[in-house]
Design a protein around this ligand. Structure first.
Ligand SMILES: C[S@@+](CC[C@H](N)C(=O)[O-])C[C@H]1O[C@@H](n2cnc3c(N)ncnc32)[C@H](O)[C@@H]1O
Length: 209
């Protein structure tokens, strides 16, 4: 396994270019293709540690933008003035309360790279993925502006269709995308969701700002 990692071109590249994890290249590739994050944006990154998405997002939003990362584990500090991290479990976080601490009512984009602990037992894993997804969706419903964008890592499982349906109710365009940096042996796949709708299945979206 260690040998496999050392041969991995994205692992090597991340080391050379100073990224904390190879997943930086997944987000870069998604952005190169979909162009969702702009200079000056505020972005919430769920499951941010060790911080390679934060490093990439900091460059995308520029010095006038803001990136807020949340992780259940500590995130080693980054020397980036436009990035702040919070240690919290997103399943138990009042996101509106958290945004208030930064004098914000909503964000322009949400990214989520959280992976639940997978057991290899399909029913157990599907339940874990759905539970986590419900918490993430609550954050998106509450904190993402109408017109905002959402990128979430998921896994090809029995619940994939239900997850896609929930996202399609909320966003104008939902694409499934597997970046080259995502290992081919992994079932991971990203949902790239553009343009949050004003209303979700007949009810007004919670964020108005
Ligand atoms: C694959 S890593 C994220 C890597 C990160 N995107 C990067 O580029 O450095 C997944 C992260 O999700 C975090 N996580 C898992 N469950 C969580 C939860 N309930 N709340 C917050 N963070 C969680 C883990 O601690 C882990 O750091």
């Amino acid at each position: 396994m260690a040998r496999f990692i050392l041969k991995d071109p994205f692992y090597k590249k991340a080391k050379q270019e100073g990224f904390r994890a190879r997943s930086a290249y997944k987000l870069k590739e998604i952005e190169d293709r979909f162009h969702l994050v702009r200079k000056g944006n505020t972005v919430l990154d769920l499951g941010c540690s060790p911080g390679s998405f934060l490093q990439v997002l900091a460059g995308m939003v520029g010095e006038k933008g803001t990136v807020i990362g949340i992780d259940i584990l500590p995130t080693p500090p980054l020397p980036l003035t436009n990035v702040t991290t919070v240690e919290a479990d997103i399943r138990e976080t009042d996101v509106l309360d958290l945004l208030k601490r930064f004098s914000l009512s909503a964000v322009d984009a949400v990214t989520c790279d959280i992976a639940p602990n997978l057991s290899g037992i399909r029913d157990v894993d599907d339940a874990r993925i759905e539970e986590l997804f419900a918490s993430v969706l609550k954050v998106v419903d509450e904190a993402l502006k109408p017109g905002g964008h959402f990128i979430i890592k998921s896994f090809s499982t029995g619940v994939q269709k239900r997850i896609a349906a929930e996202l399609q109710m909320r966003f104008r365009k939902v694409s499934q995308y597997k970046p080259a940096a995502s290992r081919s042996v992994s079932s991971e796949v990203f949902f790239v969701c553009a343009g949050k709708k004003e209303t979700v299945a007949g009810r007004k979206s919670q964020v108005t700002g």
